[in-house]
Ligand binder design. Structure first.
Ligand code: 4NP
Length: 156
């Protein structure tokens, strides 16, 4: 199995959106038996909560299943048990690297770093901007490139 974890701050807007979008792309490419996907937040405010209504709505508009998503906080163990831990912004990745210390096995990176020659490094937080459409497009584009990268690297 190849295990991928998406991480943002609250785990209610961006990373559950990435989890749902990536799961659909993985399924569409027939890889759902060998790739597992999850998401988590660096913060603990929303543990146990479903995604933000803006995330649910934009996923619905794009015919992407949003069921079963429930916020949790990222742990040190996640940096050992996942192969790829993908942050939505620079702050997420800084927090993840601090959590991993020297022992983390996972490859830690920002989602938008997988898009070549891209002007943006961070997925803006729609919890503050309110722009879920923009974030959906960015995450979808990032997920396409991430999936290509993983397929090449894992030879799957
Ligand atoms: P997310 O957005 O990191 O994309 O899930 C946020 C959600 C909640 C908060 C911050 C960001 N918050 O401060 O509660």
């Amino acid at each position: 199995m190849v295990k991928i974890l998406f991480v943002c701050l609250g785990n209610i807007c961006r990373s559950p959106m990435a989890e749902a979008i990536f799961r659909k792309k993985v399924k569409d490419q027939g890889l759902d038996k060998i790739v597992t996907i999850d998401s988590a937040g660096t913060g603990r405010w929303h543990i146990g909560n479903p995604p933000h209504e803006g995330t649910i709505e934009i996923l619905k508009q794009n015919q992407i299943d949003a069921s079963g998503l429930k916020a949790r906080q990222v742990s040190e163990d996640d940096l050992q048990s996942f192969d790829y831990v993908i942050g939505m912004d620079t702050e997420n990745v800084g927090n993840l690297r601090a959590l991993a210390g020297h022992h983390g096995k996972a490859e830690v990176a920002r989602l938008l770093d997988f898009i070549p020659n891209y002007q943006l490094a961070d997925v803006p937080d729609p919890y503050f901007t309110g722009n879920f459409e923009e974030v959906f497009d960015l995450i979808s584009d990032g997920c396409d490139h991430l999936l290509s990268y993983i397929r090449e690297k894992e030879q799957i």
